[in-house]
Design a binder for this molecule. Structure first.
Ligand code: ZN
Length: 174
């Protein structure tokens, strides 16, 4: 296991469609999952998608836990989601803060579906279905966007919903 280099906005891989994962017994896939978990944890991220470490595959990690970047995040065991899809969603969207390890120094108020029903394969290749709400649903939608070449900036309703990290920190700490 090792920490991987996170690419940043402007790198063409972040703007590309990622390829589906086909071989779940591939040792390199399992190593990539472990390294993604380690990389997200070390960077205080609550999720990371494979394209962010230059691996253009349909795979991301959700690793929600409270940190200085997301003090109110729920705690959960890091989970790999492979070939993920949204199969149903609420009509209702809510706006809340997002940042991105590939877009350092910025935060935005991003509209996302509040509740989503998702399907993905776990790291053993078993198909899973789950209903996700609020913050974890938000992470899923953010990471799924990375597999389709989108970043949270593309989802903003207004430029006024974009903040620097410093202004965001002073806002949430008051
Ligand atoms: Zn991101």
């Amino acid at each position: 296991m090792n920490k991987l280099k996170i690419i940043q906005l402007g790198h063409p891989i972040l703007r590309s469609q990622a390829q589906p994962v086909e071989n779940f017994t591939d040792k390199q896939l399992q190593q990539l999952i472990d390294s993604l978990i380690e990389t997200a944890t070390a960077a205080n991220g609550v999720g990371i998608a494979a394209p962010q470490v230059s691996q253009s595959y349909r795979l991301f990690i959700i690793a929600s836990r409270p940190s200085s970047r997301y003090p109110h995040a729920p705690t959960m065991k890091p989970k790999a989601m492979i070939n993920p899809k949204i199969i149903a969603h609420s009509d209702e969207k809510s706006k809340d803060w997002e940042g991105c390890l590939s877009v350092p120094g910025l935060r935005g108020q991003v509209p996302r579906y509040r509740t989503i029903k998702v399907e993905y394969c776990n790291r053993d290749g078993q198909l899973q279905q789950e209903v996700l709400t609020d913050f974890v649903a938000r992470i899923f939608q953010h990471e799924l966007d990375h597999l389709n070449g989108l970043v949270f900036l593309d989802r903003l309703e207004s430029e006024e919903d974009l903040f620097t990290e410093e202004e965001y920190q002073s806002l949430i700490n008051n």
